[in-house]
Structure formats: structure tokens, C-alpha cells
Design a protein around this ligand. Structure first.
Ligand code: 9MR
Length: 475
């Protein structure tokens, strides 16, 4: 996608001209006012990743493998970010340059660097009309459909257990007011190509969250309405989709929409997570800084907006470097936009630091409610709630354990799985039993909870876990 294509896609918004500008100015003034009024947080992170983690989120960046030998770049990367996305190295042309001959060398450099530095990895992107290898560009029909599904299966299997979330399908909807699919060789294989890709990805890596990712969907418009309808349909029919990525490439022609937060929220209301996947905002100084703060604050206001990725580190690393859209200047100095981003992160309510699952397992999602400031009703002991992410034949259960008024030094959660269901793996807890009656105990780092504090653990299983009721006891 080019800058021009984003601009073309936003012409309708640009046409609303002066009125929009006035509204934006008013919103900008409000943001500045809010920033001044921010009370210092009890827990202010000093880096983007640390601050996001204190709020149960990640803060990531796109990474280019050929920059991993640049020490200015890697110093910032490993200091500031706790998630990375391969900017180009996991795309179809990079990973399968000849049919059925896979090359993971550059993608592996990014994954290995991330794992060595405790960063999670977003996978980008399995199926996309762009950046296809030449052999695929020339295919059509059943041969292309099968080649695409094979690609999804092979790549997701190769990285199984190492990817927090995959952009399974990228940019499949058309710009403009039509609200339809983008024409492409993949689309011409049949309208069900997207769900087929999601099903193949789930089968290959059941632990990764599966996202649909697109641009010009950041506010409510014909394109985001069409994506919304697809997600609603997928959820209704049990097509495995866990998250929607909003690329959020902004500039004067494509400003941060006024209904950005409302648009993210309506997707969350469909039962998926939202992630800001490719954030960059052209500009400079206070205006750019305020726009970054608006985006970060919108995400933090939504409990299931689980993370933000900026599309590069320094302005000079950007795909549109002339627009200076990033948080660090070409020398690696922090810009005003960096400071406003960190301040906005630090102004969000801290949550219980998320317990980190083994690499590659689904990350713990932020709680849907903030930790209570007073112990919850129910007295001493502990309570447990479950959130299920199910698909045909399998599920991931996330269990939230909350300490009662006496706190805990250890806890155990018991539940009974329906007949036919079985636990296949567990993170942030130790399981006894795998079917029928199963008990989970805390691990060394999450047994001690103060009154009212929470922690999360999870397990993946086969079959269905619908209706399970966890009960918590202190130990
Ligand atoms: O930043 C990427 C740039 O280096 C590539 O040349 C370009 C090729 O299409 O892709 C850029 O990343 C895109 C991302 O993969 C999907 N969303 C739009 C991004 C910016 O164009």
C-alpha cells in the first residue's frame, strides 16, 4: 500500500474540510488540557514497554532484520519495546520465494532477537494480496487457494508456539464507499478465502491469537462497517477470529478520527480483542505529540485494546520517512511524541502486572475491570472467573483469580471439564489431571496476592469447555 492509496481512501474525510479541522482543533485543545490535568500515576513506567506492561498491554514496534546490526537501533529496540512485528520478513514473498521452498532466515533473526530480549512477536502477515511471490501472483482458482492454505499452514506451523498474534489476513477490503471486498487474485478464489485462511491458521497454531488487519478502518466508515460485519458473521458462525488490527497510519489527509475509541469499542463488543498494529502519525512538535497521546489514551480506555505497535523506531526507519511519523528522530533522540506517548501510557490505570505465559502461548489479556481498590465482597479466600475463546474442536480458557480480604500466599482452582474435553497445555499454573475434574495450582511467581489483587493463568484444550465453572480455594 502506498501513501497515495491511503490518501485516496480518505478523500471523503478530507472533503469535510474546515468543519473537521475545527473539531480536531477543539479535540486537540481538550487533549492538551487533559494532559496538564493528569495526576501522576502510582506506578510510572520509564519506558514504553514497561509502562504498557504495568497496564496489562504491550508496546511494540516493526523491526527490519537488516537493522539488527545497528547498535543505535537495537539499543532503543531492546530498551523501549516488549513486542515486535517483522516489517517485511514474514510476508509471503519473503518466506516462500519459490513454491513449497520456505526461507525463514530473516524472519528467524527477528524472532531470535525478540526471544533473547523477552519480547513477544506479532506475526505479519499470512495471506495478503500484496507482496506475493511472483509464482503466486500468476496463479488463480483452486491452485492459488491451495497454495495460500499451504502457505498459511506451513508458516504458522513453523512458528507455532512463538507468535502471540498473527495477522492472518491483511487488507482484504476495498477503499472508498462501496463497503466490499478488494478485488485480488485471492478474492477471486471465492469469498470464503478469508475464513479458510483463519481455519488453517488455527489448526496450525492454536495458541496464537488470530487477527484480521487493515487500514482506513480506524473510524466508522463504509470500510470498517464491512470489516465489522465480517467479524460479526465469523463470531456467529464460529470461524476462529480473536482480534482485529487497526493499522492507524495517520497524516493531515487521514487524521486520527474523532470516533477512534468508539470504533475500537464496537469491535470489542463483538467479543474480539483490538490491537493498534502499525501506528505512525506524520507531523512534528506539539501537534504530533497530541495526536499520539490521543491514540494511546483511546487504547487504554478500552480494556481489550491489548497493545500498540508503532511502524518503526526512528523517523529514518519509516516507510514514509519524509513525514517524520515516529517517536525517535533519525539520531535516535526521543521526540515530543515519545514523551506524550509515555505520559499517556503512565496516565492509564495500572493493573496487576500481567503474568507472562511461556513464550508463544496466548498472552494474558488485560482484565475487563480494573483491580478493585477495596477487597471484593466474599470475605477471605479467593474467587475465579473464566473467559473462553472457543473454536470447533478446541478452546483456550483464561482464568482470573482474585484474592479476598486476607490475600493469598497460594491458591488452587478446581473445575470439571465436560465429557470429551481435555487439557493439552497450561501456562502460569500447574495442572493435575487433564479431563473430568482438573485442579490448577499457582506457580512460584503468582501465588502471593494482596487483598483484592488478581492474576491470570490459562490452559488450552481439545473439545468444548462451554459452561465450566471454576472455584478457587486458598492454600
Ligand atoms: O513498511 C513496509 C515497507 O517496508 C514495504 O515496502 C511495504 C510493501 O508493501 O510494506 C510496508 O508495510 C506495510 C504493511 O506490511 C501493511 N500495511 C501497510 C504498511 C505500510 O505500507
Amino acid at each position: 500500500m502506498s501513501v497515495n492509496s491511503i490518501r485516496r481512501g480518505r478523500q471523503a474525510a478530507v472533503r469535510s474540510g474546515p468543519r473537521l479541522a475545527l473539531v480536531l482543533t477543539a479535540v486537540g485543545a481538550l487533549v492538551v488540557g487533559t494532559m496538564i490535568a493528569f495526576t501522576p500515576s502510582a506506578s510510572a513506567g520509564t519506558t514504553l514497554g514497561a509502562s504498557a506492561a504495568e497496564r496489562g498491554r504491550y508496546f511494540g514496534t516493526a523491526v527490519a532484520a537488516n537493522k539488527l546490526s545497528d547498535s543505535v537501533y537495537t539499543t532503543i529496540l531492546n530498551r523501549e519495546f516488549n513486542s515486535v512485528t517483522a516489517e517485511n520478513e514474514m510476508k509471503w514473498d519473503a518466506t516462500e520465494p519459490s513454491q513449497n521452498q520456505f526461507n525463514y532466515a530473516n524472519a528467524d533473526r527477528i524472532v531470535n532477537s525478540a526471544r533473547a530480549n523477552g519480547q513477544q512477536v506479532r506475526g505479519h502477515a499470512l495471506a495478503w494480496h500484496s507482496q506475493q511471490p511472483g509464482w503466486a501472483q500468476n496463479m488463480s482458482g483452486t491452485a492459488l487457494r491451495n497454495a495460500m492454505l499451504n502457505h498459511v499452514t506451513q508458516v504458522a506451523t513453523y512458528y507455532r508456539g512463538k507468535i502471540s498474534a498473527w495477522d492472518v489476513v491483511n487488507e482484504a477490503f476495498a477503499d472508498g464507499g462501496g463497503g466490499g471486498r478488494r478485488d485480488s487474485n485471492l478474492q477471486r478464489t471465492g469469498n470464503d478465502w478469508i475464513e479458510a485462511a483463519f481455519r488453517a491458521a488455527r489448526a496450525a497454531d492454536p495458541g496464537a491469537k488470530l487477527c484480521y488487519n487493515d487500514y482506513n478502518t480506524d473510524g466508522q466508515n463504509a470500510k470498517s462497517n464491512a470489516v465489522y460485519a465480517m467479524v460479526q458473521d465469523f463470531r456467529a458462525r464460529g470461524v476462529p477470529i480473536d482480534c482485529v488490527g487497526f493499522q492507524s497510519h495517520f497524516n493531515a489527509q487521514s487524521p486520527v478520527p474523532n470516533d477512534y475509541q468508539a470504533n475500537l469499542q464496537r469491535f470489542v463488543n463483538l467479543g474480539v480483542e483490538v490491537q493498534i498494529t502499525e501506528l505512525d502519525i506524520e507531523g512534528s512538535g506539539t501537534t504530533q505529540a497530541n495526536n499520539y497521546a490521543r491514540v494511546v489514551s483511546a487504547c487504554l480506555a478500552i480494556s481489550r485494546c491489548t497493545g500498540i505497535t508503532v511502524w518503526g523506531i526512528r523517523d529514518t526507519d519509516s516507510w514514509r520517512a519524509s513525514g517524520t511519523p515516529l517517536l525517535f528522530d533519525g539520531s535516535g533522540n526521543k521526540k515530543a511524541a515519545y514523551t506524550s506517548t509515555l505520559n499517556a501510557l503512565n496516565s492509564g490505570n495500572p493493573t496487576q502486572p500481567p503474568t507472562t505465559p511461556p513464550t508463544g502461548q496466548p498472552p494474558t489479556t488485560p482484565p475487563t475491570t480494573r483491580p478493585p481498590t477495596t477487597p471484593p465482597p466474599g470475605g477471605a479466600g479467593c474467587s475465579a472467573t473464566v473467559s473462553l475463546n472457543s473454536w470447533t474442536g478446541g478452546f483456550v480458557a483464561t482464568i482470573r483469580v482474585t484474592a479476598g480480604s486476607s490475600g493469598t500466599t497460594g491458591w488452587a482452582v478446581s473445575l470439571t471439564l465436560p465429557s470429551g474435553a481435555a487439557v493439552t497445555n497450561t501456562w502460569n499454573a500447574t495442572a493435575s489431571g487433564s479431563s473430568g475434574s482438573v485442579q490448577f495450582r499457582n506457580v512460584s511467581y503468582n501465588g502471593r496476592l494482596n487483598a483484592g489483587q488478581s492474576t491470570e493463568f490459562g490452559f488450552q484444550g481439545t473439545g468444548s469447555a462451554t459452561g465450566i465453572t471454576p472455584t478457587c480455594t486458598v492454600s
